[in-house]
Design a protein around this ligand. Structure first.
Ligand code: MRU
Length: 334
């Protein structure tokens, strides 16, 4: 059984104890929380303390495997799998990990084997991110001013990230780039998390409100956009953080290349079109105001009617290229 340590930007495994960095408190507070059960991991995922499609899968897998080696019966383990599988319906990496852990357990319930598999998912994600970063950095040129949406870096994966990993690799290669960061309402993953990562990476950036991107494009301030994905259909349509579709439409109008970066584990080979992707709906509270380490503010009437889809679907025809660990695809022939 794997006895080593795992340490990523927001996940730690030490002596078979799992810790996560509470992302709801970033950037003002860095609090590591021990995860003691899959039930607690469900709450952590629903509250977005752990988030980003690849990281959700990895974190869920590790909590299930620890539950199994901690003495859970096969029945208890399978129930926990089902419960975790339903926490975030759009992020397909979660289902990808859990389905494999269910299949392995129902073939032969071997907790040590499940633990090794969960560690392997984590290690594989690190490798996939590296490959995406290498492939995608080829697309970035000296002087590029790159728009990104949401957070797709080391806080969203076990590795260097997807879209943000590409940006970081281009910077590491010495390309002079500038990043425009969409704040990403309602939960501000851009304003709180991507900025935090870019500060650490020393990459020059400018934070903008989501509704400013098209204006910047009209001024010639954005030369490329790159985003991540929560689920990619086989025809190339993909779901990502709400607001991504608007970025893609604006890029299309202004003739700006629009890239999506993701590991193959984000491609749902059972989903042929974007309309088939279930979109997670979230609480009205997230639209009525903001909540974080900076306290809670509700700026709307508490009774205001709200609608809060966490993701939207960008049609394949708006995508210039799909940057996958297997290479850069200009058509969805993954
Ligand atoms: O709701 P979130 O913060 O989990 O949404 C995250 C995104 O939309 C990311 O772009 C996506 O998961 C890819 S992360 C590598």
């Amino acid at each position: 059984m794997f006895m080593g340590k795992i340490k990523t930007l927001s996940l730690k495994l030490e002596d078979q104890k799992l810790f996560i960095l509470d992302q709801t408190l970033l950037p003002h507070k860095e609090l590591w929380v021990e995860v003691l059960s899959p039930e607690q991991m469900c709450d952590i995922i629903v509250q977005l303390k752990v988030r980003g499609a690849p990281l959700i899968g990895v974190a869920a897998g590790l909590s299930l495997a620890l539950y199994a080696i901690g003495g859970a019966t096969e029945n208890e383990y399978l129930k926990a799998c089902e419960r975790l599988r339903s926490t975030r319906p759009t992020a397909v990496n979660l289902m990808w990990v859990i389905d494999q852990l269910i299949k392995a357990a129902t073939t032969a319930y071997n907790p040590e084997e499940l633990f090794n598999m969960a560690v392997q998912f984590c290690q594989e994600d690190i490798e996939l991110c590296q490959k995406i970063a290498q492939a995608g950095a080829e697309l970035i040129k000296d002087g590029d001013q790159i728009l990104t949406h949401c957070n797709t870096g080391g806080l969203a994966t076990a590795g260097v990230g997807t879209a943000l990993g590409v940006i970081a690799e281009a910077h590491r290669q010495g390309k002079k780039i500038h990043v425009y960061v969409d704040e990403t309402r309602p939960l501000l993953q851009g304003a709180r998390l991507t900025t935090w990562e870019l500060e650490k990476l020393n990459i020059p950036y400018t934070l903008i409100c989501d509704n400013m991107a098209a204006h910047l494009m009209s001024l010639g301030k954005i030369t490329k956009a790159i985003v991540g994905a929560d689920r990619i259909a086989t025809n190339g349509d993909f779901a990502n953080k709400i607001g991504t579709y608007t970025v893609a439409l604006s890029c299309h109008y202004h003739n700006i290349p629009f890239y999506v970066a993701a590991p193959y584990t984000t491609i749902d080979f059972s989903c042929s079109r974007g309309e088939q992707i279930e979109i997670e709906l979230r609480s009205p509270a997230e639209v009525l105001g903001v909540h974080g380490a900076f306290e809670s503010v509700i700026w709307s009437p508490k009774t205001a009617n709200t609608y809060n889809p966490a993701f939207d679907v960008t049609p394949a025809k708006l995508v210039t290229s799909w940057v996958i660990d297997r290479g850069v695809f200009t058509s969805p022939t993954f």
